[in-house]
Design a protein around this ligand. Structure first.
Ligand code: ZN
Length: 277
């Protein structure tokens, strides 16, 4: 046996050699998690950057604005009835928005889409479908900039350019309530007043699915269901920044609808929710 004393040394040597060469061994290239939509090039991306980089504003600020501008800045509906509003930001696109529309159609639920003007221009067929299936459409700026970093004149341009496009879809019916949501929820009193003067109510939310983080269906479902109360406005996204994966959010939606219906909630659009106020 004494002759084989060197065997463990050979094994140790082999192990060290492989370990040291590990970086030079061929590796599987990293695959992106999703394929970007066909026409979703960088011109279609969010001007203020992806949600995951910009978000994280304090919730406290929303509450302050709600009490400063009770008729103009709204984050929830009436508490008396079991009504909830599903809202979907940042669409349209040609990957996730159609999937959300399929679920809503199957479940016979009307929702509210806060759309980005330049994306609406880029995906007119999806826009037509949103209107044809009787969802309500709100203004989410033209290019999704961070409004508090933008001069007032530019803020106005972002809102009005999208406004004109939406009018062309809704045939300019003045009776419709106009609703606006600020990108990243980022807004200040000066900009609330300005957008109010343009004829808009500013709609925030009080239930955040956090789906823009690319969460699983189970996580999205938990974030929503654990926080819903009467009059809740629920935030999901119907399109993301480049490479953002919303498939968990799509998968969670039918389950969220089923659970809330079972609990006696009725799904309404933002305008229906606020008419009750
Ligand atoms: Zn947004």
């Amino acid at each position: 046996m004494k002759r084989y004393w060197f065997l463990p040394l050979i094994f140790l040597g082999l192990f060290l050699a492989i370990w040291m060469a590990r970086d030079t061994l061929p590796q599987k290239p990293l695959q992106p998690r999703i394929v970007s939509p066909q026409a979703m090039d960088e011109n279609m991306d969010l001007a203020g950057g992806p949600e995951r980089k910009v978000r994280g504003f304090p919730k406290r600020k929303i509450l302050d604005l709600t009490s400063m501008f009770p008729d103009l800045f709204i984050d929830s509906g009436p508490r008396e009835e079991k009504l909830v509003a599903l809202t979907f930001d940042d669409g349209p696109d040609d990957i996730f928005t159609p999937q959300f529309l399929d679920v809503l159609k199957e479940k016979n639920v009307k929702a509210t889409f806060f759309i980005i003007g330049k994306r609406a221009e880029g995906f007119p067929e999806v826009m037509k479908r949103i209107y044809a299936e009787s969802h309500f459409v709100g203004n989410h700026t033209w290019s999704h900039p961070n409004l508090v970093k933008l001069p007032l004149e530019k803020v106005k341009e972002e809102v009005l350019k999208t406004d004109r496009l939406l009018q062309s879809y809704s045939k300019g019916s003045d009776e419709d309530m106009k609703i606006f949501r600020s990108p990243y929820g980022s807004i200040d009193p000066e900009r609330v007043k300005l957008i109010g003067k343009l004829g808009y109510k500013i709609i925030a939310w009080n239930v955040d699915s956090l789906d823009w983080k690319g969460l699983s269906a189970e996580e999205v479902k938990t974030n929503v269901l654990e926080n819903v109360t009467n009059g809740s406005i629920i935030l999901q996204h119907s399109a993301g920044g480049t490479g953002e994966d919303l498939s968990g959010s799509v998968k969670a939606l039918p389950q969220i609808i089923d659970v809330l219906r079972k609990e006696g909630f009725k799904f309404v659009t933002i305008t229906e929710l606020l008419e009750e106020k």
